[in-house]
Ligand binder design. Structure first.
Ligand SMILES: [Zn+2]
Length: 169
């Protein structure tokens, strides 16, 4: 049967408007970055509103290693993600040393330069500078609000990226 369909307004670039959305981690891949540094690549799915089910792919979390300048990589995005999604993890000092796991949900605080805490650094609720141990499988199904933006690659193709993670409350 022949069927008439209007494709004149279809946008295959598939980007959504920049803004804040609720999203869930749908898929995770363990693959090193080009630099060889350990990385997790997340696929998010929008879990609310008119863009329900739409995916944002290739959200890379580099976990450790050395950057191109030779400085240690700061896993800022992972810290943001742990806070936003309330991912359980072990704070080495709270647990009593490396290799001991308790997988609690910690309340991370950000230092403001007072009380011996460095400005912008992250601490557990007991004031420890965070050295953590976490189970990356707990990322699957985690939800938070994400700030979505649009970028364009050198071939002129637009795609959505996640700028930062924000907690649901
Ligand atoms: Zn601690």
């Amino acid at each position: 049967m022949r069927q008439q369909v209007d494709l004149s307004q279809v946008d295959l670039t598939g980007t959504m408007e920049d803004g804040i959305y609720i999203a869930t981690i749908k898929h995770m891949e363990r693959k090193p970055a080009k630099s060889g540094n350990p990385m997790r690549t997340l696929t998010w799915a929008i879990s609310d509103g008119p863009n329900l089910g739409r995916e944002i792919r290739y959200d890379n979390l580099v976990l450790s290693g050395i950057n191109q300048k030779g400085d240690p990589i700061q896993p800022i995005r992972l810290a943001q993600l742990l806070v936003a999604c309330k991912i359980p993890f072990t704070c080495e000092e709270c647990a009593g040393g490396p290799g001991i796991q308790d997988d609690r949900i910690h309340t991370i605080t950000i230092g403001d330069g007072t009380n011996g805490k460095k400005r912008g650094h992250v601490y557990c609720e007991n004031g420890h500078e965070l050295r953590i141990d976490f189970d990356d499988d707990t990322l699957l199904g985690a939800s938070c609000r994400v700030e979505v933006a649009t970028e364009t690659n050198d071939k002129g193709r637009s795609y959505n990226v996640i700028k930062r993670y924000l907690s649901l409350d």
